[in-house]
Design a binder for this molecule. Structure first.
Ligand SMILES: [Mn+2]
Length: 336
């Protein structure tokens, strides 16, 4: 597979910057945060001043991640600190980072004193930024950060190595998904050679569950059901589930991926309650392009992992999504 690298223009824009506001998508996962912190470290090593913004607070399972610079959820907190460059990582479009960033990015060039940069690996990046490096050949935006670090001659060690490793494992399902490529494994190997201790990384990143989260997953697994003759697995989570086990929504992180383990399943449909309606996650084992299904419902993502926010309660959203899945697979749905 051919990988692109950042254009001279983008590299030049970064070189000329002094104060960078870096951000990523709301509800950040390991790739979003890992690539954000990696980017910040790389730019700090280049002598830049960094501020980090994310609409959502750090999810519980990622609070252990050391931050290179304070992370704020409010642009007002920057007070009179003015960026000359706004960088969005792992964002396919300007809306994913939230309204405050969208407003900044969408300002006409003549009305702003900063340039915008996007580094991202989603299919269908809208190229909204002044300078974009968008390449779906990369398994994770973190892998792009690894390439950027190599370009600047920075070793993939210590916190930078760990940031990138977190991004890689997060988006490849610990090197098990179809997007896992030799480049990712080579980069991981370079990070391990650089001193990352995998046992202690796993200790921090995986072995941090509460009993409530374990019980919640147990309950959800009991409720899982099969549709379309066993090729679609459906899991629905309501507020009641979270309340009953006293868990935050972040306790559901990665649950959908586990449902891939059911034999014969081609698509995972995971629907959960969201502040406005429902959040639908789709996972595919490779035969079905779930990004297309998500797009038909107004969402997006990757071929093997996509999502969409829908109005209405989870049961309703699940029924609509299942219909779209069955249509895409050329199957009649059994019942829901
Ligand atoms: Mn990603």
């Amino acid at each position: 597979m051919a990988f692109t690298f950042a254009s001279e223009h983008l590299l030049d824009a970064l070189d000329r910057s002094r104060r960078i506001l870096a951000t990523t998508h709301a509800n950040p996962d390991g790739d979003a945060l890992g690539s954000l912190t990696a980017f910040a470290r790389i730019m700090q090593a280049r002598g830049k001043e960094l501020r980090l913004y994310c609409l959502s607070p750090l999810p519980d399972h990622l609070t252990w991640l050391p931050l290179p610079s304070p992370l704020t959820a409010s642009l007002d907190a920057l007070e009179d600190w003015q960026p000359d460059t706004v960088v969005l990582v792992d964002c396919a479009d300007e809306k994913r980072a939230g309204e405050a960033i969208r407003e900044l990015v969408m300002r006409p060039k003549a009305e702003r004193s900063f340039k915008t940069v996007c580094i991202d690996h989603h299919v269908g990046n809208s190229l909204f930024a002044d300078f974009s490096w968008a390449d779906p050949a990369y398994c994770a935006t973190g892998a792009m950060m690894g390439e950027l670090a190599r370009y600047y001659g920075l070793p993939l060690t210590a916190d930078l190595g760990e940031d990138i490793y977190l991004a890689l494992v997060s988006d490849t399902g610990s090197f098990t998904y179809a997007n896992t490529n030799a480049q990712a494994l080579e980069m991981a190997s370079e990070i391990v050679r650089g001193g990352l201790c995998l046992a202690s990384f796993s200790e921090r990143s995986n072995n941090n569950w509460s009993l409530g989260r374990m019980h919640l997953w147990g309950q959800l697994m009991r409720e899982v059901r099969m549709e379309c003759g066993g090729s679609v697995v459906v899991s629905i989570v309501t507020d009641d589930h979270l309340r009953r086990f006293n868990q935050p929504a972040s306790a559901l992180e990665d649950f959908a991926s586990w449902l891939r383990r059911l034999k014969g399943v081609k698509v995972v449909l995971f629907v959960r309650t969201a502040p406005r309606g429902s959040k639908v996650s789709l996972r595919s084992m490779g035969d079905v392009d779930v990004r297309e299904i998500a797009a038909s419902l107004g969402g997006g993502g990757h071929t093997a992992a996509a999502g969409v926010d829908m109005a209405g309660p989870p049961e309703e959203a699940a029924a609509l999504a299942l219909k779209a899945i069955c249509r895409a697979m050329g199957l009649e749905r059994s019942n829901l």
